[in-house]
Design a protein around this ligand. Structure first.
Ligand code: FAD
Ligand code: GLY
Length: 369
């Protein structure tokens, strides 16, 4: 079989966002996808933490801000096309120091963020923090209110993207890609569990599963999986903001009184088991932030694997094979970065020089120099 145009391996938020943007440009797109229980995009908290996640200058920082601003536009586009909501909610984020010891670390981040844009954040003491969120623990010593770090519902975003790419005419092949065939430095075919497909250009967007796939090309991809677990609860004590601690735990208020509690972090683990100790840690962290959650109802728990690279930056661009591009390694921020990645990466694939330039800091080649 012959796949015309662009073949994308991986139907996570990256593969689908790229496919969506290419299809809008009337390109032919085939998506190879096999469901995996640890798909990161289905496990995510949905935070658009463009400022929250940065503590120091990074080439990713301006891109993250741009992506955050693009999300409501994509949400509207997806709604117009599919009639599906992705719950883009303007629930701003409060980053809290849960003890006095955590205050210096928070202050450092505040100084960095203020040096970039002082108008978009506020420093609050404990009392001011509880004025915004009355159910927070008395021991919360200080916080940074980040006005525009809003959120979406990651699973709804995925459902809407799948629907959109289907409506725009993508060919979906529900099968796992196991290997590539190549002639010199050009990929000629991909092999799935059942079939051999001739391809023109292939994009690998397989998240934390990329290392295994690329090993069939003897390409060493310096990435590893970081497993994370979450719990969903329902609480009649309301929360209006996302609350995020300096050690990476969070409460994200969702629709219908639900609060998403996240997330554990286990480097080099990629199993799909939600452990008792993981849930215990999440619940005790959650109650240390908001004691009233002791009466909340547990609704669900799950886990996923984040794709992390050796230097913490994603890999977006060319590979040593002339018709194979890579888009992976978005670690903790793939939902946030999906909007801009879909745009920039599709422009890059269509030969846009500015997009190529903007993706320069994220080249795979940086690991071989
Ligand atoms: P994935 O979502 O993992 O998708 C890859 C897909 O490729 C999978 O569906 C897999 O089935 C498919 N695949 C793999 N190999 C093959 C193959 N050989 N053939 C065919 N298909 C294949 N980010 C945020 O911005 N905000 C958050 O609040 C947030 N919270 C998170 C919370 C948790 C617990 C986790 C785990 C992650 C979180 N993230 C968050 C990070 C974000 O989820 C990821 O960065 C992002 O989803 C990565 O998307 P992806 O498409 O690269 O990978
Ligand atoms: N960005 C939140 C997480 O990865 O858990």
């Amino acid at each position: 079989m012959h796949c015309k145009g662009f073949s994308i391996i991986g139907g996570g938020v990256m593969g689908l966002s790229i496919a969506y943007q290419l299809l809008k440009q009337q390109q032919q797109v085939t998506i190879f996808h096999t469901p995996k229980s640890t798909t990161a995009s289905l496990a995510a908290g949905g935070m658009l933490g463009a400022q929250n996640e940065f503590h120091a200058p990074s080439p990713l920082y301006p891109i993250a801000l741009e992506s955050r601003a693009l999300h409501p536009v994509i949400a509207q586009e997806l709604y117009d096309l599919t009639q599906l909501q992705i719950d883009w909610l303007p629930t701003s984020l409060i980053k809290v120091a849960t003890s006095q010891q955590a205050v210096p670390q928070l202050k450092n981040q505040f100084h960095f963020l203020a040096s970039q844009d002082a108008t978009s954040i506020d420093w609050l003491d404990g009392q001011q923090t509880r004025q915004l969120e009355p159910f927070l623990h008395d021991e919360i010593a200080a916080s940074v209110h980040i006005h525009q770090d809003y959120q979406v519902n990651a699973r709804k975003l995925m459902t809407a993207l799948w629907q959109a790419v289907k409506q725009l005419g993508a060919t979906i092949i529900e099968d796992e890609v196991l290997a590539f065939e190549h002639h010199q430095k050009k990929i000629t075919h991909v092999h799935t569990t059942t079939t051999r497909y001739a391809i023109e250009h292939v994009v690998v967007a397989t998240g934390a599963f990329t290392t295994a796939l690329l090993s069939s090309l003897a390409l060493r991809c310096p990435m590893h999986a970081v497993k994370g677990e979450c719990v969903m609860v329902k609480s009649d004590k309301p929360l209006k903001h996302t609350i995020f601690t300096t050690d990476g735990y969070y409460l994200v208020p969702k629709c219908h009184q639900q609060i998403l509690i996240g997330a554990t972090s286990y480097p080099f683990q990629q199993d799909d088991i939600v452990t008792v100790s993981g849930v215990q840690r999440l619940l005790s962290k959650a109650m240390a932030i908001m004691p009233a959650l002791k009466d909340a109802h547990i609704l669900d728990s799950w886990c996923g694997v984040r794709p992390q690279t050796m230097d913490g930056l994603p890999i977006m661009g060319a590979s040593p094979y002339i018709n194979l591009s890579l888009c992976t390694g978005h670690y903790r921020n793939g939902i946030l970065l999906s909007a801009i990645t879909g745009q920039l990466f599709s422009q890059y694939l269509l030969g846009d020089k500015t997009a190529k330039q903007r993706l320069e800091p994220f080249q795979f080649a940086r690991f071989s120099s």
